[in-house]
Ligand binder design. Structure first.
Ligand code: ADP
Ligand code: MG
Length: 698
């Protein structure tokens, strides 16, 4: 059968209905999907050893002859063995196959095979369990560099490799979408060569060439897409022009002096907004650097110019806090601030929506509900997104499509992201950095402690409260784990999360048994918006002294009187997340503390926690995190809204990224619309790549 790019996988040998289902889960529906299902790693199976020379304890290939007919034995219900001895001129090897009855017929006495597996020493004899084997005269998965794929239960690497081998011939019919001149300039291999060799490389050099071509290609299409985005905005002169006003007028509303860094960023923003084209600016500043007031300034300017502003926060808790504090800051200046979140009552939501449409509300603060359908503004001119890593290009694009003209966009983030990632994810934004903390802050003292210090730690809580301070206790969010996740954890043999501190139970226990004289309360993501708001308000007022919470307080929550944060099961959190949590304290005048309590026996986890204790530098911490967890984790569930990279390693391909961006820029200068016949395939590819990202091309 001839396989073409759109041949369904069900037509491939070895794929029945059950396997087809599993493959679909991996995003593999037709031959072309398999072609771009790149290996995650490789195994060098080129060297073929004699039985004597084969090193023990490593996966290797050996060439040997079956010395006898395989013996099949049923040990008990569900356990079947096939055994045989193989030999070469240097020695013998004993093979055992578990539950692979077909082997009895597949191996024939007197024939030569290549076996791939781990050589073990069993007393004086050498053995191999469940090797992969092929006849010596028809090798396809031994004696070569073998691809290793990402798999799912029921799909073995062997099967995946054999499927890809089946579809590989149709790589010949793939058109090369990279313009010839770019391929020549960059010294890139052809599509056919790259696809063949990324899966089944002829040698290291071929693999390197294949990888270079495909990585370049991916980054190139990506850069072209981002340039389109950016170019479209720059072409737009239709942004709303916001006239500047003296900073002093705004300063008079504040109880503190602005830092130099805050002033600088405010001026940059004001210049953007006055310029007539839509602002697209990212403000980066470590936790506690004072980003909120910068956003408040932009909103104030906007409203004073007679337009509306909106601020979007990643959680309801944070939205409520921002609404409260921005309202008290800006209402003396005559700015009407309102809250809009998904879990507000229908009637109340409707009231806010109507007021937004009529223009009675100047500045709305909310969650994602803000960009959901049905919210209309009379005249939205500014959108602020707090904690940008949860607010990607897709959302920004959806937003730009909202009004008659695209609003100014300001995104604020405390997460310092490494440079490659920043270029890619925020490649279409201008960046300002608040590189200075407000004066009088003393760094938070961080301690890593074990269970034996628990009572002392509770004593420390009492002492802080006696001095008038407040305390957070953070637990992993067990209550927010879905049934599915729990089931999965159970299947993988993880112990049930019994030892984890579940928020509510723990709070009750603390109140009754540990702090009978203090007021303890709790907060978690499953509570109703009203309840959450009430709990946070009580903590703000100082009515509650100890707040037991999940990570819903992770980003942005600001209660300057809180001076101690305790994180239970600290080893379960990522470093950047712990850094964010720690940023909840040390926001006022008081010396503040962060206690990370853990029962882990894992030396690496301990080392990670100690890193956090030894530095407060957010960039250093983010880098450690990236090393430990990889870029995929950085944004959670692909929340950046950009196409997923199949091959480019975002943390490492800086040089190729620069080349790709350069080439993209040059191409668009020569042919801005990509209308030349040779460039049209590029446009097609970019369209496909950004298919999930709305509004790039209209
Ligand atoms: P983040 O950058 O983490 O969002 P916030 O905007 O929440 O930080 O500010 C942290 C705290 O610092 C708040 O209580 C805020 O009122 C205060 N703050 C902000 N700027 C200044 C300043 N220039 N001087 C003193 N306090 C400030
Ligand atoms: Mg903040």
């Amino acid at each position: 059968m001839a396989v073409g790019p759109d041949t369904p996988i069900t037509q491939l040998a070895g794929v029945g209905e059950a396997r087809a289902k599993k493959l679909t889960k991996l995003g593999l529906a037709q031959a072309a999907d398999l072609l771009t299902y790149y290996p995650r790693d490789y195994e060098d199976r080129r060297k073929i050893y004699t039985l004597r020379e084969a090193p023990v304890g490593q996966r290797v290939c050996v060439a040997a002859m079956a010395a006898e007919h395989p013996r099949k034995a049923r040990i008990r219900q569900g356990l079947e063995l096939v055994q045989l001895k193989v030999v070469d001129h240097t020695g013998a090897l004993h093979l055992t196959f578990f539950n692979q009855g077909y082997v009895e017929k597949a191996l024939r006495a007197g024939e030569e095979y290549i076996f791939f597996g781990t050589v073990e020493e069993q007393g004086r004899r050498r053995a191999m369990v469940n090797p992969i084997f092929e006849r010596a005269d028809s090798q396809s998965f031994t004696g070569r560099i073998m691809p290793i794929y990402r798999l799912t239960a029921g799909i073995s690497n062997h099967l995946m490799a054999s499927l890809i081998r089946q579809v590989l011939p149709c790589a010949d019919s793939l058109a090369d979408t990279l313009p010839q001149r770019i391929r020549q300039e960059q010294g890139l291999a052809s599509t056919q060569f790259a696809v063949q060799n990324i899966h089944f490389p002829a040698d290291e050099e071929a693999l390197e060439l294949a990888r270079k071509r495909l990585t370049f290609e991916e980054l190139f299409y990506f850069s072209v897409g981002l340039s389109f985005l950016k170019g479209r905005r720059e072409g737009e002169c239709s942004g709303c022009s916001i006239l500047p006003r003296p900073l002093e007028e705004f300063r008079a509303l504040l109880p503190f002096e602005l830092t130099q860094a805050q002033r600088r960023v405010m001026e940059e923003m004001a210049a953007d907004m006055a310029a007539g084209r839509p602002m697209n600016r990212l403000v980066q500043g470590d936790v506690g650097s004072g980003k909120t007031v910068v956003a408040a300034y932009a909103a104030w300017l906007t409203v004073k110019n007679g337009h509306q502003a909106a601020l979007m926060a990643p959680t309801e808790v944070l939205a409520e806090q921002h609404a409260r504090s921005l309202s008290s800051l800006l209402s003396p200046a005559g700015v009407q601030v309102a809250l809009l979140t998904g879990s507000m009552g229908a009637a109340e939501k409707k009231r806010v929506r109507t007021a937004l449409a009529s223009g009675d509300i100047d500045f709305v603060v909310g969650t994602h509900a803000l960009i959901s359908d049905g919210v209309e503004f009379r005249d939205l001119a500014l959108m602020v997104a707090d904690e940008q890593h949860r607010f990607g290009v897709a959302q920004r694009a959806a937003l730009a499509a909202k009004g008659d003209r695209p609003p100014h966009v300001l995104v604020m983030s405390a997460t310092p992201i490494p440079r490659t990632l920043a270029l890619i994810v925020y490649g279409d934004l201008d960046i300002s950095v608040i590189d200075q903390l407000p004066p009088g802050r003393t760094p938070v003292e961080t301690f890593v402690v074990r269970e034996d210090k628990r009572q002392r730690m509770y004593g420390f809580v009492r002492k802080q409260v006696q001095e008038g301070r407040q305390v957070y206790i953070i637990c992993p969010a067990v209550e927010e784990r879905s049934e599915e996740e729990l089931a999965l954890a159970a299947r993988e043999g993880a112990s049930p999360p019994m030892d984890l501190k579940a928020v509510k139970t723990y709070a009750v226990q603390l109140q009754e048994q540990v702090f009978p004289n203090l007021k303890v309360d709790f907060l978690h993501g499953r509570m109703k918006s009203r309840e959450k708001e009430a709990v946070m308000a009580a903590f703000h007022r100082g009515d509650t002294q100890v707040l037991v919470s999940t990570t819903v307080v992770e980003v942005g929550v600001d209660v300057p009187n809180a001076s101690l944060i305790i994180v239970e099961n600290a080893d379960r959190f990522g470093l950047s997340q712990l850094h964010q949590l720690r940023g909840r304290v040390g926001r006022g005048r008081h010396q503040s503390y962060c206690v990370l309590i853990t029962a882990t026996r894992n030396p690496e986890s301990m080392a990670r926690l100690r890193t956090l204790a030894s530095t407060t530098d957010g960039f250093k911490i983010a880098e450690e995190d990236l090393k430990a967890r990889g870029p995929g984790d950085f944004f959670g569930n692909r929340q950046h809204g950009l196409p997923q990279m199949k091959i480019a390693d975002l943390a490492g391909d800086m040089r190729l990224l620069n080349l790709a961006q350069e080439a993209a820029k040059q191409l668009l200068e020569e042919d801005p619309e990509l209308s030349a016949p040779e460039d049209r395939p590029v446009l097609e590819r970019v369209r496909q790549l950004f298919a999930a990202t709305p509004d790039i091309f209209n």
